[in-house]
Design a protein around this ligand. Structure first.
Ligand SMILES: [Zn+2]
Length: 368
């Protein structure tokens, strides 16, 4: 056998390369088979086609959101294999015997050295870079714009799989838009969010703007507390102190008291989420206003509420804008790109954007 560093690597996209589908990519490198993420959703019932996948040597999870980590139960028939993720992600997912990766710096996956860094997306969320062949960088979900979560610039990488969820969208977050102002003036708003992620940003920004009547459900409160107690490393400098100072004045959201702004955990009936309970209680009334800010999965309750006019959708970036992605690609010097989580990856070939060749679609594989 020759020098393994000269051998071809293979990347096979199981799901999420030409769809806003569950994240799931198979990396074959130096004779090892590593699954990068194994999610479900965000469209109702969406699962990666794993039934034909041969056994893997390891699973690596970029973060704990269910569209990246929700399909683990579908991998059970392969018996045991190591699961790599940050300590925070392993704790959130309840994986007691996983192998921790650092939030940033050098780590090891199946004996290979890798680099990791924080992605600005959620507690525990990392990008990961394999050094072979000039470097392969898997970004997972990322956002340099987050005012709460820290982002570590990745090192030079020949090949990058980046978070293209927003396509060519290029607006920054602002609570000053007329729509946001209008929404916040209504006085009775339910804001469903993932407990890990933009919940912290909304709590902090709204509190600091002087909105006194902010309520959170117990899961979000616990997440806030846990972030401050155990996951401070994922926050931007100074944010922990700012969060500490608003935490004492946060009140618990109660369904019997719909006035104010309620930041509650999103999710479906099967998850018994706080958002679902609010919707069940008030969908047939005219208030509170249901305000969604993330991807509206097809067939989800959130989509139904917005389509029926009972709720509103205003994007709040938790993924990169076009400008951020172009800067990232330039900074790492990538010559090959894989836009992920977007049903139309070809839009990145337009003259306006002019990225190099788009490499990988769902169900395809490449060697490099
Ligand atoms: Zn995510």
């Amino acid at each position: 056998m020759g020098d393994p560093s000269l051998a071809m690597n293979r990347l096979a996209c199981i799901s999420g390369c030409s769809s806003k589908g569950p994240a799931c990519v198979l990396l074959e490198i130096e004779g090892r088979r590593i699954l990068l993420d194994a999610g479900v959703g965000p469209d109702a019932g969406a699962v990666p086609p794993l039934e034909f996948l041969e056994p893997i040597d390891a699973l690596l999870l970029s973060h704990a959101h269910k569209d990246h980590a929700g399909a683990m139960r579908l991998l059970k028939h392969w018996g045991s294999f190591p699961v790599y993720a940050t300590e925070t992600t392993l704790r959130i997912l309840g994986i007691p015997n996983g192998i921790p990766l650092p939030s940033r710096g050098s780590g090891e996956v199946l004996g290979m050295e890798v680099r990791t860094g924080r992605t600005g997306h959620a507690s525990g969320s990392i990008w990961i870079r394999f050094p072979q062949k000039g470097g392969f960088l898997y970004m997972g979900d990322s956002s340099e714009e987050s005012q709460v979560y820290a982002f570590d610039p990745p090192p030079p990488s020949e090949l990058i799989a980046f978070d293209a969820s927003y396509g060519l969208y290029d607006e920054k977050n602002s609570l000053d838009s007329s729509l946001w102002k209008q929404v916040l003036q209504t006085g009775s708003v339910v804001l469903p969010v993932p407990a890990e992620g933009r919940s912290l940003e909304f709590v902090l920004l709204l509190k600091e703007r002087g909105y006194d009547t902010i309520y959170v459900d117990s899961r979000i409160y616990t997440t806030l507390r846990q972030t401050l107690d155990q996951d401070r490393d994922y926050l931007r400098p100074g944010v922990a102190e700012r969060l500490e100072s608003v935490l004492s004045s946060l009140e618990e959201s109660r369904i019997s008291h719909p006035e104010g702004i309620h930041i509650v955990t999103d999710g479906e009936a099967s998850e018994g989420s706080a958002a679902w309970q609010w919707i069940t209680q008030y969908e047939r009334d005219t208030t509170p206003l249901f305000l969604f800010t993330g991807y509206l999965g097809k067939g989800t309750t959130a989509e139904r509420i917005v389509t029926s006019g009972r709720g509103l959708w205003v994007r709040w970036n938790a993924h990169p804008t076009l400008e951020e992605n172009l800067r990232l690609i330039q900074q790492v010097g990538a010559r090959k790109v894989i836009p992920m989580f977007n049903p139309e990856p070809d839009i990145f070939l337009s003259p306006q954007v002019n990225l190099p060749e788009i490499l990988l679609l769902d169900g395809e594989d490449i060697h490099w």
